[in-house]
Design a protein around this ligand. Structure first.
Ligand code: MLT
Length: 312
């Protein structure tokens, strides 16, 4: 990859490893995508790209860590619709500003979500509905903490089903999935990335997808519209950021490197296998991401207000 002239003139960036911070535990969607991106990014940048997991508090701890890192391009933070759009609606005192604390690098993935249950709970959505009817308020839904996307998915599902479920927080969707596979919690709404392999392997049962079309990887799983729950409608955008103050040529080098990675055949095929949609070029880069956040933050304010959420 040819580095932009300005970056070259300032000294070879990067001249040492570039850390990719994941604000959730290992084994969740962000971590899975980070590891694929990091491997290819390392080849493009010519430096190691280690992944660092900083889970907890719905992604706030790790996102705050990225915001406070040195603005020199050596720390990239991954975030998503939860950390960078919905969180301001859930927390009165968020320790970062999703817009002001960061320089946007760009969107890298849009993912459907899937409702999945511990297989011991039953075989179909009808059985689950029945169970909920017989056990009012007893369903447990594992999440990655208040404001995370699995939490948003769980809220929408709970409202659509009127389940009055208990939302159980974990440090990321990785451990949340693990406990659902073990029957410690009964259900989860997670990005398809992580549900697909578990559903195929039989450790989870996928019951419904949250977007308009069935997924080729889970052809027997109905959409929420088919299941009569059209309000259970959510697709998750995932994006990369650096701390605000990062020199523009360095941020541009990283944006260009990410764009190169998203065109890579291995990344396309690995993402494709997990139903991860790569945004088209015109939706990538800092400008479209800033515009997306400017739309998404008020949208989540309104959705959470309608859902009666009071910020913690
Ligand atoms: C994760 O990577 O653990 C998830 O994206 C967390 C979440 O549900 O937001």
């Amino acid at each position: 990859l040819a580095a932009p002239a300005v970056a070259r003139a300032e000294g070879k960036f990067p001249s040492r490893p570039v850390t990719m911070q994941v604000p959730f535990a290992a084994g969740g969607p962000t971590d899975v995508m980070a590891r694929i991106l990091a491997q290819e990014l390392s080849a493009v940048l010519g430096q190691p790209v280690p992944v660092e997991n900083i889970g907890g508090a719905g992604g706030i701890l790790g996102t705050q860590r990225t915001a406070r890192a040195a603005p020199d391009g050596y720390t990239i933070g991954l975030g998503h619709m939860g950390t960078h759009a919905a969180n301001p609606s859930f927390y009165k005192q968020l320790p970062y500003d999703p817009v002001e604390s960061f320089t946007s690098l760009g969107l890298f993935a849009i993912n459907p979500m899937v409702l999945a249950i511990w297989p011991g709970m039953g075989k179909s959505l009808a059985e689950l509905r029945d169970w909920i009817g017989r056990n009012e308020g007893k369903l447990t839904l594992a999440t990655a903490g208040t404001g995370s996307v699995s939490y948003l998915g769980a809220l929408l599902f709970d409202r659509a089903m009127n389940a009055k479920a208990t939302l159980v927080p974990y440090r990321g969707a990785g451990p949340a999935l693990q406990d659902t596979m073990n029957g410690v919690t009964q259900a989860i709404v997670d990005q398809a990335v992580t549900v697909i392999p578990q559903a195929k392997g039989g450790s989870l049962r996928a019951l419904m997808v949250t977007v308009g079309e069935r997924l080729p990887q889970l052809p027997d799983v109905p959409t929420s519209v088919e299941a009569g729950l059209p309000s259970f409608d959510i697709a998750v955008w995932n994006a990369a950021f650096v701390p605000r103050g990062t020199p523009e040529p360095i941020a541009r080098t990283l944006t260009e490197a990410i764009n190169t990675v998203l065109e890579n055949a291995t990344v396309k095929s690995r993402f494709g296998d997990m139903a991860i949609q790569i945004p088209p070029p015109e939706q990538r880069g800092p400008e479209p991401l800033r515009a997306l956040m400017a739309r998404e933050i008020p949208r989540w304010k309104q959705l959470t207000r309608e859902a009666g959420v009071t910020p913690e």
